[in-house]
Design a protein around this ligand. Structure first.
Ligand code: ADP
Ligand code: MG
Length: 429
């Protein structure tokens, strides 16, 4: 992809915007861009530099992303809405063409990394609550104030404000910025460290495959690693990656969202709006609390990934109302006229709070409370899902877990609960 129209090859010490930003190390990459840690010589701060591929369709997408990020920054001058901040943007001409570049505030690890770091055990509910509050603050701002749908909310696209490991944080670790290109960097822009990382990743995956196989053969020699302690890690976070975001009155694509976080109305093509982000939010919250994806559909003999996805949803959330099941442009592909799946007939119904207790070993009280928060968001009818603002009012977000595992409301104010009950009654009509 490092060719005409593709990525711009960056080397440590390369400078951008007439010498203002200097590349330090690669942070990550996506389909359309590479993202580098850069030093801003004007403000003496570290920033994230997102360098888009140069072909016209990528430039077009970057312009759209910049437009959205500008609106986000304009509407939130004090930068308190848990959404990534655009600092600057410019064009950079290189051997592969002209690249649009975005300068973003530098953030830490993604929630996906956090889940992995915690060895897929699920975070303590107090931590989940803090993260949920941040995400909901961001969604409420995007939806209510700006009219923007993110359309790709998932753990990968939510970054912690800090790195998990303080020694990886250029500021806390006291890293001295590199101000010019070091002598002789023979790797033509792809830094050695990224090749090494890939090799290590491959080795790790091979080991994971072997231990998975062993586990399936009776678990010989597999000792599950305990979750890591996250005490003292500040879990504030921000929503990033507005490459697919759109204005609600101008939807861009029919198929949005990453598979596992995709809402039923998107699969059925019944039209989508802000509530599609709420579905992805609830899937994300579940994953934080359990360490596993809420829905991980697979295709099988005689049925597609979409059908498996719909079946998984109904097994956990109950049968889809007939008018919802049959109301989308693609409904006929999956449902008969009675609202039953055509190719997957026998569903094993369960419930969210049973799943939390049986599979994830939640206490009854924790399961009831957490499911009480999530369940209304998983409404098959998007209009009935609570909004981000309504979710922020939910008592679960304002509870603290006591040492003895009992749940108590922080405020003993009965009105909060009464208010929420009314809300749910109204939502469920
Ligand atoms: P794409 O649209 O190509 O998926 P993203 O905006 O998701 O690009 O960025 C790709 C990766 O770069 C992210 O997954 C993350 O690892 C890293 N990244 C993006 N923005 C930042 C930021 N502001 N601070 C630190 N890392 C970032
Ligand atoms: Mg991304």
């Amino acid at each position: 992809s490092y060719r005409k129209g593709g990525y711009h090859a960056v080397r440590v010490g390369d400078s951008f915007a007439a010498g203002r930003y200097i590349a330090q190390q690669k942070l990550g990459w996506g389909q359309f861009s590479t993202v580098w840690l850069a030093y801003d010589t004007q403000s003496s701060k570290y920033v994230a530099l997102k360098i888009q591929k140069s072909a016209p369709q990528f430039a077009q997408a970057a312009l759209h992303e910049i437009e959205i990020l500008c609106a986000i920054a304009d509407g939130d001058p004090s930068n308190e809405k848990s959404v990534v901040r655009l600092v600057d943007h410019f064009k950079h001409v290189g051997p592969n063409g002209q690249h649009l570049c975005m300068v973003l505030e530098f953030l830490g690890d993604s929630l996906l990394r956090l889940i992995k770091y915690n060895r897929y055990k699920g975070l303590q509910l107090d931590k989940v609550r803090e993260i949920c509050k941040c995400i909901l603050t961001a969604l409420d701002y995007l939806h209510e104030k700006l009219g923007i749908i993110h359309t790709d909310l998932k753990p990968e696209n939510i970054l912690l404000c800090n790195t998990i490991n303080p020694s990886k944080d250029p500021i806390r670790s006291g890293m001295t910025p590199i101000l010019e290109r070091p002598e002789g960097n023979p790797n033509g822009g792809v830094s050695m460290s990224s090749i090494e990382k890939k090799l290590k990743q491959r080795a790790r995956r091979a080991i994971a495959r072997i231990s998975e196989r062993r586990a399936s053969m009776g678990g010989v020699g597999v000792v599950p690693k305990p979750a890591r302690c996250l005490d003292g890690i500040d879990l504030r976070c921000k929503v990033v990656d507005f490459g697919n975001a759109c204005w609600a009155d101008r939807p861009i694509a029919e198929e949005i969202q990453t598979r596992q976080y995709r809402a039923p109305e998107v699969i059925l093509q019944s039209g989508y709006s802000f509530a599609a982000d709420m579905w992805s939010f609830a899937c994300t919250a579940f994953e934080l609390a359990t360490g596993e994806m809420m829905f991980a559909p697979k295709n099988g003999q005689g049925f597609s990934e979409d059908e498996d996805h719909l079946a998984l949803m109904m097994e956990l959330l109950g049968k889809m109302p007939r008018k919802v099941a049959t109301g989308g442009a693609r409904s006929k592909d999956y449902f008969d006229r009675y609202g039953d799946l055509k190719r997957i007939r026998r569903l094993k119904y369960g419930s969210l709070d049973r799943l939390l207790v049986d599979k994830y070993k939640f206490s009854d009280a924790d399961a009831r409370e957490f499911a009480g928060f999530l369940r209304p968001i998983f409404d098959f009818e998007p209009e009935k899902r609570p909004t981000a603002k309504q979710c922020l009012q939910h008592p679960w977000l304002n509870t603290v877990n006591q040492a003895h595992g009992e749940l108590k409301s922080e405020s003993s104010d009965e009105k909060v609960n009464v208010g929420m009950n009314n809300l749910q009654i109204k939502l469920r009509k």
